[in-house]
Design a binder for this molecule. Structure first.
Ligand code: AQP
Length: 320
């Protein structure tokens, strides 16, 4: 199986988008060479409350386990526990071009309407490149919004290899056909996002199921059924991603929003219910989760250290 890496930031509570766009594909792709990471350093690109950040980091690691990632099969860890990530990130910043980083659409989206824009919000794709390249990653399962960042990681790796000799494996993004961009239920022009203040349009993974059902019933669609409208397309994609049916055949089945919303609700509840049950069991024992993360960090570091040493040598840093 392929060498796999992917990460998720503890910048808010994981959403249905996090599950359909990323987490469930991580579960399918897990193997002995798969590395999944709570990227806490990425969350720091915007100011965080320290107490909340710590607890959300542990919660997100517990979500990883609750969705079915198995620490006996793959490696689960926290980014800041493996210092090689920040060290390689500097070499990546020195290899990435200013113009390349300026073209990242996520920076443009996230830097507007923000009072304080950190330098890290601009350079964070270089850290993400380091995250990926440290594990000789071949495949990066991500949602559609991260495609551009994975392509940047590949471009930077290619440049480094051609300047300093072959050092990194070239990664590629693996993006699901359905569910790769779950949209906000109240504003279907916008991605469902965990750090946005969009309570009515975002379904959280650990949200009360009654509230999930209300949100789907209130999702913005239109009056006449039209599967091409963004709100309808979003519900059809969610239902398709949750049930495995194609969006085209689902689109032809309905003529009104009522039955579509009702079936989407049932499918989402069926998906979330076992995850929430498992989460409740796991969160009763945070010491076990912490132990899994410690073991994961040791395993990840043993691989990351080798790649970093190769990069240091090839770029010309003097050994100690
Ligand atoms: N709405 C979504 N649809 C499909 N995939 C999604 N992902 C996130 N939202 C959706 C995928 O989840 C993975 C983890 O993403 P992240 O937490 O590192 O950051 P993000 O992509 O920026 O996600 P958010 O929720 O929008 O977080 P904030 O608000 O902090 O930026 C990625 O693979 C992502 O594609």
């Amino acid at each position: 199986m392929a060498r796999v890496f992917s990460g998720m930031a503890p910048s808010g509570d994981a959403t249905l988008g996090s599950l359909l766009g990323a987490l469930r594909h991580w579960v399918t792709a897990q193997n002995a060479d798969a590395y999944y990471c709570v990227v806490d350093l990425h969350a720091l690109t915007v100011p965080q409350d320290p107490v909340e950040l710590r607890s959300r980091t542990l919660e997100l690691a517990t979500v990883f386990l609750a969705v079915g990632l198995d620490p006996e099969v793959c490696t689960l860890f926290v980014q800041s526990h493996v210092h090689e990530h920040t060290e390689l990130a500097w070499l990546m910043e020195c290899t990435a071009a200013y113009g390349e980083l300026s073209r990242m659409t996520q920076f443009k989206d996230k830097s507007t309407q923000r009072e304080f824009v950190s330098a890290a919000l601009f350079t964070y794709p270089a850290l993400m490149a380091a995250d990926i390249l440290l594990y000789d990653t071949e495949e990066v399962p991500v949602g559609d919004d991260q495609r551009q960042h994975v392509e940047l990681a590949r471009d930077v790796a290619e440049r480094f290899n051609s300047r300093y000799g072959v050092t990194f494996t070239l990664p590629k993004a693996v993006i699901a056909a359905v569910g790769a961009r779950v949209m906000d239920l109240q504003d279907p022009a916008r991605k469902m996002s965990k750090s946005e203040d969009a309570a009515g349009g975002t379904i959280l993974l650990l949200e009360d199921l009654g509230s999930v059902s209300k949100k789907i019933k209130r999702a913005v669609t239109g009056t006449e059924y039209d599967p091409a409208l963004p709100g309808a397309m979003n519900l059809l994609s969610i239902l398709g991603a949750a049930t495995g049916e194609s969006v085209e055949s689902l689109a032809a089945r309905y003529s009104q929003y009522g039955p579509l919303k009702s079936d989407a609700t049932d499918a989402v509840v069926a998906l979330l219910e076992p995850i929430q049950r498992r989460y409740r069991e796991l969160s009763a024992d945070p010491a076990t989760v912490a132990k899994i993360l410690q073991h994961g960090a040791e395993k990840a570091q043993s691989v990351a250290a080798v790649t970093l040493a190769r990069a240091r040598t090839n770029i010309g840093l003097l050994p100690l």
